[in-house]
Design a protein around this ligand. Structure first.
Ligand code: S3P
Length: 430
């Protein structure tokens, strides 16, 4: 069977209003924490992309009952120790978040489990979670001495740990905090820079004893918490593709409704503003400990920027679309300190450089980022997604802003994080 592809041609501008799909990071956490909470949770706004559905089905395989209602999912939490040994391998699909978060959860379970995934996920580094989980006392095995999936976990008997992470990673942090809920004593994780803090906020919302002291987050072992009504805001990372397109195309006026505006995720908005984009934030409020609001983006003249250091974790998933925007800005855009991009769903630095170059971009690849020349225009081309949803969506937006036709091959991966992407695009492209 041939892989699906997506064809796009030049669009004048992006106009209208839309609700992005639910936030992917928050959906994973809502499903996991609701499953180990005591009693029922009702989750609204859940994202139904393939990554989140992978988390959902693994939890069902461990005995968690869920009922789908019209606009919500009811999760019957079994408490910290209510999960059952899964009868088969837990398939995480393409989802690094599923695998790394579950590794922490499973390290706390007194049973045997195996985590695997697709050919892309099986190449992603797992030592960053395997090594600290081993230090907590979990028996975790993987290919190349725990470097790569599949991972086999014989959990239980954990001792608390004070871990200092060399990379800012919300997946590593959440993995260890999940394990910490099952460890004897107090587990702390310290990061070099702040990564997204949805776990901390959700645990606080659920009433867990979580303590945040600047870059250090701590949980208490055996700290049980109750289920609740959880509302998942719209995904800023999903919305960023259309925001980027709207910022490039003059005459655009796009309103994104009910989107998560957590400060640890807002880096792309800040950078677009720095580039000269016309962006307004409206109706800001707090729901379930998360900031939520509407964003209005108008197209205009943009200039290049330098993005580095602690700004990087706040927009790590938006760098593919930022690279597209940078092609249309005046001057150079420099992205530094983003080596993590090399170990995402694909090597995103490579993939962006290769694919946008086909469209006439001028990008210099660096070990930890890239330098993008604002060439002011792109030309349609046949491009490859590299099996990466965010590369695919960035290329679609590049195609909308380019002259002529663009074909994005192997675009089925978009369903990983943005179900309904194409239908949404058809509604706003004029
Ligand atoms: C995520 C954290 C980030 C991000 C990923 C989702 C999360 O990864 O890139 O898409 O939900 O915790 P890292 O923790 O590897 O930085």
């Amino acid at each position: 069977m041939s892989e699906p592809s997506l064809s796009v041609s030049t669009t004048r501008c992006l106009k209208g209003e839309f609700h992005p799909p639910g936030d992917k990071s928050i959906t994973h956490r809502a499903l996991i924490f609701a499953s180990i909470a005591r009693g029922k949770s009702v989750v609204r706004g859940l994202q139904k992309g393939k990554d989140c559905l992978a988390t959902l089905s693994t939890l069902k395989m461990m005995g968690i009952q869920m009922e789908e209602e019209e606009d919500s999912l009811v999760v019957y939490g079994q408490g910290l120790n209510g999960l059952r040994e899964p009868a088969n391998i837990l398939d995480c699909g393409n989802s690094g978040t599923t695998m790394r978060l579950l590794a922490g959860l499973l390290a706390g379970q007194k049973f045997y489990s195996v985590l695997s995934g697709d050919r892309y996920l099986r190449k992603r580094p797992m030592q960053r979670v395997v090594e600290p989980l081993r230090r907590m006392g979990a028996r975790v095995f993987g290919r190349k001495n725990g470097k790569f999936p599949p991972l086999t976990i014989l959990g239980g008997g954990l001792k608390a740990m004070d871990h200092s992470s060399s990379i800012p990673s919300a997946q590593v942090k959440t993995c260890l905090l999940l394990a910490g809920l099952y460890a004897r004593g107090r587990t702390s994780v310290t990061e070099p820079y702040q990564s997204r803090d949805h776990t901390e906020r959700m645990l606080k919302f659920l009433g867990a004893k979580i303590e945040v002291d600047d870059l250090r987050v701590s949980v208490e072992g055996n700290d049980s918490f109750s289920g609740a009504n959880i509302w998942v805001p719209g995904d800023l990372s999903a919305a960023s593709f259309f925001m980027g397109g709207a910022a490039i195309l003059k005459g655009s006026k796009l309103k994104i409704l009910g989107v998560g505006l957590n400060p640890t995720r807002r880096g792309f908005i800040d950078v677009l503003v720095q580039m000269g984009a016309d962006i307004e934030i409206l109706n800001l409020k707090k729901v379930c400990e998360e900031e939520v609001g509407d964003i209005e983006v108008r197209g205009g003249n943009l200039r290049g920027v330098v993005v580095q250091g602690e700004a990087i974790p706040r927009l790590i998933d938006e760098i593919p679309i930022l690279a597209v925007v940078a092609c249309f800005a005046k001057g150079e855009t420099v992205i530094k300190d983003a080596r993590e991009l090399r170990v995402k769903e694909t090597d995103r630095i490579r993939a962006i450089k290769i694919e946008l170059t086909k469209m006439g971009a001028q990008i210099e690849e660096k070990e930890d980022g890239m330098v993008i020349k604002g060439v002011g225009k792109l030309e349609g081309a046949q491009c490859q997604s590299h099996g990466d949803h965010r590369i695919a969506m960035a290329l679609v937006v590049a195609g909308l802003c380019a002259q002529g036709k663009t074909q994005v091959l192997d675009s089925g991966c978009i369903a990983t994080s943005f179900p309904g992407f194409q239908e949404q695009l058809e509604k706003i492209a004029t």
